[in-house]
Design a protein. Structure first.
Length: 131
């Protein structure tokens, strides 16, 4: 049943992301990804706030299904950057600064490398070369 909560939250988060990205493009133009930046910032705030408020030390008791619906479903559909941000903060707060820094560096470097690789391979299937 918990997978249905994730799916429902993911659908809502994905629709919210699509809507907000389009609104921001209309408002600011396509020259800088302001929508994606706003989405990542808002998603990071929401997962941090909700996670702290409903965690084992939080003041709001919610069933695990609701916590999963918001944090994995909505935030995950809205932006996975929120999970990345929370996990990095948790490592840093645990005093694992080297691991936190390594996670940030590895995430940025590997994700950029693999998006480049995906674009290069995907383009080559249709005879297009990546610069």
């Amino acid at each position: 049943m918990i997978y249905l909560w994730v799916a429902a939250g993911g659908a809502l988060g994905s629709m919210a992301r699509f809507y907000l990205a389009n609104v921001m493009t209309i408002l600011t133009g396509p020259t800088f990804p302001w929508g994606t930046l706003l989405i990542n910032v808002v998603g990071s705030f929401v997962i941090g706030f909700f996670g702290a408020a409903t965690g084992h030390l939080g003041r709001i008791a919610v069933p695990i299904e609701i916590r999963t619906f918001v944090m994995v479903g909505i935030c995950g559909g809205f932006t996975t950057f929120s999970s990345f941000s929370l996990q990095t903060l948790e490592l840093a707060r645990a005093g694992e600064m080297v691991r936190a820094g390594s996670y940030v560096a590895a995430s940025v470097i590997l994700c950029l490398l693999f998006v480049w690789l995906g674009v290069a391979l995907g383009g080559s299937l249709w005879g297009r070369q990546m610069p």
